[in-house]
Design a protein around this ligand. Structure first.
Ligand SMILES: Cc1cc2nc3c(=O)[nH]c(=O)nc-3n(C[C@H](O)[C@H](O)[C@H](O)COP(=O)(O)O)c2cc1C
Length: 255
């Protein structure tokens, strides 16, 4: 009986000791591949998100959606600024490449103001009403020129689009906004559903409880990404080195 008991005991001790050793080894492996983040690094920097309102209405549905995102960001300690561009009389991109000289658009207007602000911003939310199943005409002019002239000020910074419609065309419009981020090395922030609200008036949007929740989630997800990028920077992780740009029109090299 006694020998059986001792036998069982030594078996359990063997299993226990063996598992512990395995665990220690595993932990060691994890530690060697772990990124060291200095938790005592108290140097804090206020992060800022620019929210662009591409609606002709300064305080309409798009603004209501953007404000909900901004509130969530502010609650997380992120600074925000909503910039209204949708009522501007903007000209379209002339394709003159004048911006390649100094990173400014040849048209002197709000596009250059936003390029300047983008230099110190950490993230971007672009909001637009749906006009004929696409983003507003003014927002299209604004974004074409912002990204053509100021792409480097936005690259490697997170971005998200937000759209507002009475009824339809939201997914196509959201897709249109996302195209600007994905051609420009920008991480796209998502939410629990596609970033859209519904209504014709701000009061309608305030009744769209799901839409508002999607906006809040988007704000918190943006914070999470911004803080992760900041923690990464402190740990020595920077955006990747870029290769010299290849540009071909499918067949011939182009200039
Ligand atoms: C020129 C124009 C085109 C519109 N096209 C659409 C459309 O295709 N689908 C839709 O659901 N709503 C459409 N609407 C309604 C707006 O998208 C909707 O009222 C939006 O929430 C307004 O946002 P805002 O108050 O920020 O301007 C259109 C409105 C205008 C003025």
């Amino acid at each position: 009986m006694k020998t059986r008991f001792l036998g069982l005991l030594s078996f359990f001790l063997f299993v226990l000791f063996g598992c512990q050793q395995g665990q220690d080894k595993q932990e060691k492996d994890i530690v060697t591949s772990k990124i060291e983040i200095n938790v005592n690094d108290t140097s804090t920097r206020f992060m800022k998100v620019l929210l662009i309102n591409g609606s002709p209405h300064e305080k309409g549905c798009t603004y209501t959606a953007l404000s909900e995102v901004a509130k969530a960001l502010n609650a997380d300690g992120i600074e925000t600024e909503i910039i209204h561009v949708g009522n501007e009389s903007l000209q379209g991109c002339r394709a003159c490449k004048g911006c390649k000289e100094n990173g400014e658009c040849v048209h002197i207007d709000i596009v250059n103001v936003v390029i300047e602000k983008a230099k110190s911003a950490d993230g971007f939310i672009f909001g637009s009403p749906v006009h004929y199943s696409g983003i507003s005409g003014t927002m299209k002019l604004f974004l074409d020129r912002l990204f053509y002239a100021g792409s480097k000020e936005l690259a490697y910074k997170p971005g998200a689009g937000v759209v507002s419609a009475r009824r339809a065309g939201t997914t196509a419009s959201l897709q249109q906004l996302n195209q600007y981020f994905t051609i420009n090395n920008m991480p796209v922030v998502s939410s629990q559903y596609w970033n859209m609200v519904h209504g014709n008036k701000p009061e309608d949007v305030l009744k769209d409880k799901e839409g508002l929740q999607i906006m809040r989630t988007l704000g918190h997800n943006m914070t999470w990404l911004l803080k992760s990028i900041e923690a990464g920077k402190k740990a020595g992780i920077s955006p990747p080195e870029t290769e010299p740009r290849e540009r071909t029109n499918f067949i011939e090299p182009t200039r």
